[in-house]
Design a protein around this ligand. Structure first.
Ligand code: SER
Length: 315
């Protein structure tokens, strides 16, 4: 049987830590190496871990070679709100590291590469409702520009170099196991923490700002479903639209109030409002549903109940 060695880059982030656990379950802990620029914390200390800076190309290449890596999940990135504050670094990290990984995939004949894109790859001229797979994309944040360019690089490496690279355009991802990480959609993570600790939350987006969102369990499932699908079923080689739910700050607040009736929300929009306003409100993910049978499991009610049940243990 073929031996798999899977490297997760950026494993310390919101998605990385949970995806690493999903990979442990699928491939066995001994076959997964989590890496991040910072020392492992929490659950990641229980498996193989390496400190790795995705911008240190010689070390990255050496590590891939020495460990016989066969698959890479490349998750390291600066997110939308943080990227606007440090655009040149966001561009450098988000782009250079992707190209290093894709080059390594060619040189060391990796079986597969995973790289996340985002709804941020869309922009103000994109149709807002039920945004199609193929449509106008004029992203207006550096993060979004890096995601759109990254999609083009992925498709190019697939077409021209035969790299089996796969990607999803994630909506806002909501989990409770790690702290929010500088994204515009992260209000929907923070709101649960504040609901439990302060019973009140000041939101940096206005009350009727609809955004596509997904619970972390579904994000891990979507990623592993895509990566485990036979190559011929993966027909989109830029990045798949993927979706589960859409809601506004007022709606998530109401969902929380069903469990915590005295929870209150107030609104103080800042620069992140313009970012949110440039993104779709809902996503058409029918290609993912057709091509590799994507199905989500969590809606707003189910996610809210699950987070409020488990989050107290993490506070
Ligand atoms: N969640 C990301 C952000 O808000 C979007 O991909 O930056």
């Amino acid at each position: 049987m073929k031996k798999h060695t899977i490297l997760v880059i950026g494993a310390g982030g919101q998605l990385g830590s949970e995806l690493t656990q999903g990979l442990w379950a699928l491939y066995g802990k001994e076959n997964v190496i989590a890496s991040d620029v910072r020392q492992a914390e929490g659950i990641l200390t229980q498996g193989n871990f390496e400190i790795l800076n995705a911008l240190d190309q010689p070390k990255l290449v050496d590590f891939i070679k020495k460990n016989g890596v066969t698959q890479i999940y490349h998750l390291a990135a600066v997110l939308s709100a943080t990227g606007e504050k440090n655009p040149l670094f966001a561009w450098q990290l988000n782009m250079d590291s992707l190209i290093y990984v894709l080059e390594a995939a060619v040189d060391y004949k990796l079986d597969k590469v995973y790289w996340p894109s985002s709804i941020a790859a869309f922009g103000p001229t994109t149709p807002k409702n039920n945004t199609p797979q193929d449509t106008v994309m004029d992203p207006s944040t550096i993060y979004g520009i890096s995601k759109q360019a990254g999609e083009r690089w992925c498709e190019w490496y697939y077409q021209k170099k035969g790299v089996d690279v796969r990607s999803l355009r994630y909506p806002g991802l909501i989990g409770y196991k790690t702290k929010p990480g500088g994204g515009t959609t992260d209000y929907a993570v923070d709101i649960f923490i504040k609901a439990l600790t302060d019973k009140k939350f000041e939101c940096f987006l206005s009350e009727n700002t609809y955004l596509p969102m997904m619970y972390m369990d579904d994000a891990v499932k979507a990623t592993l479903d895509l990566m485990e699908a036979p190559a011929e079923k993966v027909k989109v080689r830029s990045s798949y639209n993927i979706s589960a739910m859409s809601f506004s700050p007022a709606e998530i607040a109401r969902a929380i109030q069903k469990h915590i009736p005295d929870f209150t929300i107030s609104y103080q929009p800042d620069f992140r409002q313009a970012i949110a306003d440039s993104w779709p409100k809902s996503i058409d993910d029918s290609r993912a549903r057709q091509d590799w049978a994507w199905q989500h499991q969590f809606d707003l009610e189910k996610m809210t109940a699950d987070i409020l049940k488990h989050l107290p243990a993490y506070l």
